[in-house]
Design a protein around this ligand. Structure first.
Ligand code: GLP
Length: 329
């Protein structure tokens, strides 16, 4: 595969081509659909607009013969509501048109408006589409705190229940999270990894970004082949997530179960969403510096299909490439 470039829709050319006008059939997948079929996925891509920057491949200059494919593509969308709508549209289209592989989901404040928009968009679907979505739903969340039961309102399971499962009317059994309440979290991590493998591995993985460069709960330092496991949370992460625990970092669980970079990088496509000025520096480092265990998110540079969606504040340190297809500097 050659280097990707941005299309006029703002979506890189490796993103699957949307089918066009037509009708739904519950038994068919995107591959079966004729090029004339209409659906929300096509609409989503047509509407996906933003300022497209092209992340430069940091390896090409140092070793032009290296068989690298492409760096991440960054779409900058100034307006937060617009950003959430666009990302939600991508997730919806993914579930409707590519039900073969699970959707990888994330929690966190960045994702809250995205799930809210997703719920609104699902309300607006035709009944048959909504039914299809529910029938074929399958998602795996990145992570869960250890020591919180699913009913605990601070757990990621509760968060997904409130923001996704209930509003979309999904079968909870189709919304997978690690079992942070298990007596043996190490065994629970292995079980979760096996479940994901049995489901075919992630198709599209939604990712947020930690202030310390973590993805999921892969805290630095973290090698690119780290598998799903039980991890210790860093003080920085416990501070970052203290809001859900009455503002007290000490109340944030000390451990979590997280998919590893191994499972994340094995996804077909990655969709990293970053908002807010506080993450501008870490986002720029993750996309521009040589990948390192000290910055786990930087490993996504090795993935051939990464779409980064950021608001203006988060993309502030990625100056230079202001026109379509220009490299980041
Ligand atoms: C959290 C989660 C991640 C999340 C990230 C960003 O700790 N483990 O999955 O994406 O950190 O969180 P936020 O969006 O709240 O900044």
């Amino acid at each position: 595969m050659g280097r990707s470039s941005a299309t006029t829709t703002g979506v890189p050319n490796w993103w699957p081509t949307p089918p066009a006008e037509g009708s739904w059939s519950a038994d068919r997948t995107e591959r079966d659909r004729s090029p004339n079929e209409a659906n929300s996925w096509a609409r989503a891509l047509e509407e996906f607009s933003g300022e497209v920057l092209k992340a430069e491949d940091p390896y090409r200059a140092s070793d032009p013969n290296q068989d690298r494919q492409t760096g991440p593509t960054l779409v900058r969308i100034a307006d937060g509501a617009n950003l959430a709508d666009r990302v939600a549209s991508l997730l919806l289209g993914e579930r409707l048109l590519r039900p073969e592989r699970p959707l990888g989901l994330a929690t966190g404040r960045t994702m809250e408006p995205i799930y809210a928009s997703l719920a609104q968009q699902v309300k607006g679907l035709e009944a048959a589409e909504r039914q299809e979505l529910r029938q074929h739903w399958c998602s795996f969340n990145l992570d869960a705190y250890v020591g919180l039961e699913g009913a605990d309102p601070r757990s990621f399971a509760a968060e997904m229940g409130n923001r996704l499962t209930a509003p979309l009317g999904l079968d909870p059994a189709r919304v997978h999270l690690p079992d942070g309440w298990a007596a043996d979290p190490h065994a629970a991590a292995e079980t979760y990894a096996a479940q994901l493998t049995a489901a075919g591995g992630i198709g599209l993985q939604l990712l947020g970004l930690g202030l310390n460069g973590h993805v999921g709960f892969n805290e630095p330092p973290c090698p690119a082949d780290a598998a799903c496991r039980c991890v210790e949370l860093s003080p920085a992460t416990r501070r970052q997530n203290a809001g859900a625990f009455g503002g007290d970092p000490e109340a944030v669980p000390e451990r979590a179960i997280t998919l590893g970079l191994r499972e994340i990088l094995a996804a077909e496509r990655l969709l990293l969403v970053v908002t807010g000025a506080a993450k501008a520096e870490v986002l720029a480092r993750a996309l521009k510096e040589a990948p390192t265990p000290e910055l786990p998110a930087s490993w996504i540079q090795f993935h051939p299909r990464v779409l980064v969606v950021a608001d203006g504040a988060a993309a502030a340190h990625l100056k230079g490439g202001c026109g379509r297809g220009e490299p980041l500097t």
